[in-house]
Design a protein around this ligand. Structure first.
Ligand code: NAD
Length: 244
């Protein structure tokens, strides 16, 4: 039985809910250059464009629903931890709100959240559900210094100390729907393995860091994950077909 489970999710888990992954031909990201909308320099060059880009993404969350993979992880947190007295922690690179909608509670959004805003003047971050612009005022200091609460390329992801601590204690590490090319998340498997954890990746096919895992389960996460989670909850063990 596993006592400390850490789960890392990436854009792939939300793909089946209709949110495009980072590197897809139809993705929203593909219509803009990453340097323009996902770096601080891009923000300085054209703040209005960047606000509008994230406003559009935030609005697009309204009709998005969690899929069976998100629901399975919420079940794992609730039922596995209750049955076995275990710690189940979710670290997501996603900026959407589908884990919250699915009912997960212990979530670290290491790359920030669309439904949050950050004030560059007073450094406060707070829940935010509207459109932002260069004219929007911080609700705390009233400066017009708001930016999307997103960790852009070149910026430090949130809660890294906490994540490192969780990884250093974990005995099972699951990585779901992430390409393994964005660091530091792509290095989490190595940290977890150094702690002795069993590491399993779920993806459509082997990711860029797939060879570092003990085992890979390939196929759509909405199909592979619910079955895996049910066995883990029922038996406290990995399914028989998962060979470490
Ligand atoms: P990525 O787009 O680089 O890779 C997605 C991965 O998911 C790929 O390896 C792909 O094979 C896999 N995948 C696609 N559909 C899948 C499915 N149905 N089941 C299982 N796997 C599937 O995403 P990334 O590695 O998370 O890195 C992109 C960065 O961009 C993230 O850090 C995130 O901040 C941001 N982003 C977030 C969202 C979101 O919040 N939903 C969407 C796009 C990008």
């Amino acid at each position: 039985m596993y006592q400390n489970i850490v789960i890392l999710t990436g854009a792939g888990i939300s793909a089946e809910s209709g949110i495009p992954v980072f590197r897809s031909e139809t993705g929203l990201w593909e219509q803009e250059r990453v340097e323009d909308v996902a770096t601080y320099d891009g923000f300085l060059r054209d703040k209005t464009k960047v606000h509008e880009f994230y406003n559009k993404m935030r609005r697009s969350l309204l009709d998005k629903k969690p899929n069976p993979a998100h629901l399975a992880l919420a079940r794992l947190e609730k039922e596995y931890s209750k049955k076995y007295g275990a710690n189940v922690n979710l670290v997501t690179q996603n900026i959407d709100d589908l884990h919250e909608k699915a009912g997960s509670q212990k979530i670290i959004h290491m790359h920030g959240k669309l439904k949050s805003i950050l004030c560059e003047h007073c450094n406060k971050r707070y829940p935010f559900d509207e459109d932002s612009s260069v004219e929007s005022e911080c609700k705390f200091c009233h400066h017009k210094s708001l930016r999307p609460d997103i960790v852009w390329f070149g910026e430090m992801p949130y809660q890294m100390d906490e994540i490192e601590t969780l990884l250093s204690k974990c005995d099972l590490f699951l990585s779901i729907g992430t390409s393994g090319v964005v660091y530091p998340a792509a290095g989490f498997c190595q940290v977890a393995r150094a702690s002795g954890a069993a590491c399993i990746e779920f993806n459509l096919s082997q990711s860029a860091v797939g060879s570092q895992f003990n085992c890979g389960i390939y196929g759509k996460a909405s199909k592979t994950l619910p079955e895996f989670v049910s066995t883990l909850i029922d038996t406290g063990k990995l399914p028989d077909n998962v060979k470490l």
